[in-house]
Design a protein around this ligand. Structure first.
Ligand SMILES: NC(=O)c1ccc[n+]([C@@H]2O[C@H](COP(=O)([O-])OP(=O)(O)OC[C@H]3O[C@@H](n4cnc5c(N)ncnc54)[C@H](O)[C@@H]3O)[C@@H](O)[C@H]2O)c1
Length: 377
């Protein structure tokens, strides 16, 4: 039988149900306890999923817990992850890992000192669609990737989220909120980034909430809501990334990569599945199929139809990496490089110059059909 790591969850809000419900699909993980600043939230999840509700202090000294999943809000990620490491436990965090490079370097230092692992979402790049795109690129399907274009644009968050304030304050904004999915997938597909440049703006200094219960309330905007960035990769490819909450509708695809021998059309990096298409020099765009990746199989209903959702795969990969003594795909180095890309994009927008990145990383190992199957029970 595979060894299991005991998992504790801190932060029992919205996304925690995904972790509680999907963790049982994977080997190497056993969720044993949960905690939250709000004890009632922890107790509700504990009762729902048959685990123990604890105070944060008790969870951090619980000997059955080896790795703690940090599902708190972005602003709390750094102090909570730091406390987890100081208690001697591994950390797996929801995105963004931290809000500044300095915070990330501090986590790296403590983790190294204590010989602990730090991992972070997004893990959607482990999805069947993105691994198929990776395989196609690795096999030379479009030749050498030379450029690309990514778009993640919508009218915003104040029309659905009950408390959308944090999205429009420093630490929020579309680049830190949605950028992680795009940047993690670009690192998966192309590798690390060398430098970035960006222009940033906001359509309005205030937003009016139209969701309940605060319908009609005006909130301030203190961070850019439109970011037009260009990323130069270490391999020489240049990719544009537009992230905006100031766009009512558009016809841009999520991610297109252009190579010396063809083009690749990658579905939304926020999800595990979707159709990957490609063309060669003949310009004939066709879906790539015939590859039944376990993390591309629909396992949930959504308002848009059946959907593949394997969130927690990154945590499972990290647990197996700890057990097997290998590199985790959603590693600290890769995630922190992603934070460096995003914060440098914002800095470039402020300062009006290109920013050379100070961090780098390796491409994560591809996760083929057999490797994905090996993570599942
Ligand atoms: N909701 C989603 O669909 C979704 C999807 C992907 C990623 N995420 C990410 O997951 C994280 C959590 O999002 P959410 O939507 O679940 O938020 P949420 O506000 O619903 O839940 C956060 C929970 O964390 C608790 N909390 C806050 N600070 C804490 C602290 N210092 N110590 C202990 N508990 C604390 C809160 O009481 C709350 O119960 C965010 O980083 C978000 O970006 C969310």
């Amino acid at each position: 039988m595979t060894k299991e790591l005991g998992v504790g969850i801190i932060g029992c809000g919205n996304i925690s149900t995904t972790y509680f419900s999907l963790a049982p699909l994977f080997k190497g993980l056993k969720v044993v306890a949960c905690a939250d600043l709000n004890m009632q939230a922890a107790e509700a999840r504990a009762a729902e999923y048959g685990v123990k509700a604890q105070t944060i202090e008790d969870l951090l000294t619980n000997e059955e817990v080896d790795v703690v999943v940090n599902l708190t809000i972005p602003d709390a990620h750094f102090p909570v992850s730091k406390a987890i490491l100081l208690s001697g436990k591994h950390v797996y965090s929801e995105k963004p890992l931290v809000l500044t490079l300095e915070q990330g370097e501090e986590l790296r230092r403590i983790a190294k000192e204590k010989n602990l692992s730090v991992g972070c979402a997004p893990d959607t790049f482990l999805g069947g669609a993105h691994q198929l795109a990776r395989k196609y690129i690795d096999e030379g399907g479009i030749g050498r990737v030379t450029s690309g274009a990514c778009y993640v644009m919508s009218p915003g968050m104040e029309m659905w989220h009950p408390n959308p304030d944090f999205f429009f304050l420093p630490g929020g904004g579309p680049i830190l909120d949605l950028g992680p999915y795009y940047i993690a997938n670009l690192i998966n597909l192309i590798g690390p980034v060398k430098r970035v440049g960006a222009m940033t703006s906001m359509a309005s200094p205030t937003r009016t909430i139209t969701s309940e219960p605060r319908n009609g309330e005006t909130i301030p905007v203190k961070t850019p809501t439109t970011i037009q960035a260009i990323l130069e990769f270490v391999n020489g490819a240049t990719v544009t990334l537009t992230a905006s909450w100031d766009v009512w509708s558009h016809r841009h695809a999520n991610m297109e990569l252009y190579g010396t021998d063809g083009s690749l059309y990658v579905p939304d990096p926020n999800f595990f599945g979707g159709v990957v298409e490609a063309s060669g020099r003949d310009k004939d765009i066709k879906p790539l199929d015939g590859w039944e990746h376990p993390f591309g199989i629909s396992n949930q209903e959504s308002p848009q139809g059946p959907r593949a959702n394997y969130r927690t795969a990154g945590l499972a990969d990290m647990a197996m990496a700890i057990i097997e003594g290998r590199d985790a795909r959603c590693s600290l180095d890769r995630t922190l490089h992603g934070v460096d890309v995003m914060t440098s994009i914002l800095k470039s927008g402020e300062e009006g110059r290109f920013i050379e990145l100070t961090t780098t990383c390796t491409q994560p190992a591809a996760l083929g059909i057999e490797e994905a199957q090996a993570l599942l029970k």
